[in-house]
Design a protein around this ligand. Sequence first.
Ligand code: NAD
Length: 264
Amino acid sequence: MSRAPACPIPEPLARALADARSIVVLTGAGVSAESGVPTFRDAQTGLWAKFDPFELATPRAFARQPGLVWDWYAERRAAVARALPNPGHRALVAIEGRAPSFLLATQNVDGLHHRAGSRSIVELHGSLARVRCSREDREVAAWDEPAPGEPPRCPDCGAFLRPDVVWFEEALPAAAIERAEAAARACDLMIVAGTSAEVHPAAALPWLARAAGATIVEINPSATPLTRHADHALRERSGVALPAWVASAWPASAAPDAAGGGAK
Ligand code: NAD
């Protein structure tokens, strides 16, 4: 007796992926949830349970309590280093390997897409892996041990160092968002996975693609403001839906790639 597939994919959806000429993927925190990296909307655990991430990830919070914000990011960096890419990350590597044109625009700062093997990536919100000077805005690779309760200081100018991520209320790097917008306007398939589709300007990318006539497919166990405007909505976890979609689009060859790709 054969078992029903974990996530049934309608035939037109399988064809849309296999036939797409230009694919843009927008990912958010949900894609890394199955790697054990919590979304901001999930309850915070342990020591950090009493802090609201939407309050900590702001320039105001860093100005008021730089040591607290630095420590929170240090803990997130350590948690991400322990995490591994999941089948959803790897399925996107398989899609990139088959699509004639592909761009992955991610709001995630965890580096898991890179570690899964994705190459054509634009990091809209920066990366936890990098640190920059809060005054000079340039990347800093090494610093001295900080005073207790403070972030480390820039070896050149003495200002506090900060994570190279985009905080709420800050502008995105212009080159990153411009590249993503241009690709969104030119794609024929946009996949929107694991994002609440509420944090702008990234949330506008599917609308640009839709206005240009692209097919929009959302993958999210919960409904978002985008859901009823998408051509297809797969109400499933990305670690289940994306490999199933790859396997249905390329039945002969997809399974090894979707499952492979290797964590680094
Ligand atoms: P979000 O927290 O606003 O939304 C997460 C979405 O993922 C929700 O809609 C939820 O229903 C969905 N989701 C949860 N589990 C899922 C799964 N297994 N598969 C598919 N979808 C799932 O996240 P956002 O839209 O990325 O925006 C919030 C901000 O938080 C962004 O700026 C992002 O940079 C930042 N953030 C990043 C990380 C990370 O790098 N991993 C983690 C937390 C927050």
